[in-house]
Design a binder for this molecule. Structure first.
Ligand SMILES: [Zn+2]
Length: 396
């Protein structure tokens, strides 16, 4: 079944044709009209109630056709302005938060997520080693002043998860006016130090997008990570993060639960964030999430949860037919470049679909044990697609 994704126009998305989401939506749907002034932030593929995919042939929604929900939600993101500093609750917390405040926490599921860069991609991921945070606080005196002598002294006496928590809590609970003053002071008097620490550009950009927001000061606490296309990060429950810039494919458990604490006009739940977040420092290098290679055409990103895995298929134009072994779970495929003829078994017999950039296809349970990528007519280019599926790699 060929699908149309659900496009979301959040303010942080890239504008017009510069957005990968807009480009893919245009290629996917001849009825899509591009507005150059509009931000195109996300395309959702799956059965989540807030953006369910539509079956092209019949106009029905995917959840109705499948008569169930998929365990995962698959997305393309195109970011020009930072997304909020956030964590996602674990399953237990999600159930409680949804019960207590359903207007904010919309479902009762956890939301571990995996982001794979499509273009150079910048994100904040997890806390830096506590000693590095201590050194930043020493170097940037307005920050030290804002956090206060008592907490900073404790951090010096013993750099640990507890003293990190103490300092971050002080920061996040500071008065808005004091935070804004601190940021102004750093922006004015610490250009050289920011530059030396390779934070100048990102500090200025985040501060321009969210002037005076406490999230700007999170740059001194969190790991700044630069991903190249194909590199990935995995965010488990309660790992603090914020995406800052670039395009990615993202896969997550089917949920929209976000606890926000900065860089957002949306509701900030600082108390819940402090209660949930894991205060553990680690090197940025440890945040890269590596796929494993099945062969020279395919690699798989296998997170430590059952809900989803992502298969990256990249077939050179010199390769004839390529057969991919799959298990009997429903999957969603999105084509990024090139063209191939997909051969799939369905309940109605064998089927062929020509895949081109923007094609989104639901691969049914009956397609197992293999699907085939045959050369398409003018197959001069290499072919790339991503497939989201249930994490049978982990079960096996
Ligand atoms: Zn997130």
């Amino acid at each position: 079944m060929e699908l149309t994704g659900w496009v979301k126009n959040y303010d942080w998305g890239r504008k017009g044709i510069n957005s990968a989401v807009a480009q893919l939506a245009m290629a996917n749907d001849p009825d899509f009209t591009l507005n150059e002034e509009e931000s195109y932030a996300e395309m959702w593929m799956g059965t989540h109630i807030c953006g369910v995919s539509v079956v092209k042939e019949t106009g029905e929604t995917l959840d109705r056709v499948l008569k169930k929900d998929l365990p995962y939600l698959f997305k393309v993101l195109s970011i020009s302005k930072a997304l909020s500093i956030q964590v996602h609750p674990n399953k237990c917390e999600a159930e409680r938060l949804h019960k207590e405040r359903p207007e904010i926490y919309k479902d009762d599921n956890h939301k571990p997520e995996l982001a794979i860069a499509l273009t150079p991609f910048v994100a904040l991921v997890g806390f830096q080693p506590v000693e590095d945070i201590r050194d930043f606080i020493d170097e940037f005196q307005p920050l030290s002043k804002l956090i206060g002598k008592e907490a900073v002294d404790k951090l010096h006496q013993s750099p640990s998860s507890e003293t990190l928590k103490l300092c971050y809590e002080k920061l996040m609970n500071s008065k808005e006016a004091d935070v804004a003053k601190c940021i102004k002071d750093i922006a004015k008097n610490y250009q050289r130090e920011l530059k030396f620490n390779e934070l100048l550009n990102v500090f200025n950009k985040v501060n321009a997008d969210f002037p005076g927001d406490v999230g700007v000061l999170s740059l001194f606490f969190l790991n700044l990570v630069h991903l190249q296309p194909g590199q990935a990060i995995y965010l488990g429950a309660n790992e603090i993060h914020a995406y800052l810039d670039g395009d990615c494919v993202e896969c997550m458990a089917c949920s929209d639960n976000v606890i926000r604490a900065g860089l957002t006009p949306k509701y900030k739940d600082v108390e819940q964030l402090i209660a949930s977040v894991i205060f553990e420092g680690a090197d940025a290098g440890r945040k890269l999430f590596l796929p494993y290679h099945i062969d020279e055409n395919v690699q798989v990103y296998v997170p430590p949860v059952d809900d989803f895995a992502v298969i990256h298929v990249a077939i050179k134009h010199t390769v004839e037919n390529y057969k991919l072994q799959i298990q009997p779970y429903g999957s969603i495929l999105i084509t990024l470049e090139g063209s191939r003829t997909l051969r799939v078994n369905t309940s109605a017999g064998p089927k062929e679909i020509v895949l081109t950039r923007g094609s989104i296809v639901y691969i049914p349970v009956e397609a197992a044990p293999e699907i085939e990528f045959a050369p398409a007519e003018d197959c001069g280019e290499n072919f790339t697609c991503y497939i989201a599926t249930y994490n049978y790699f982990r079960v096996a």
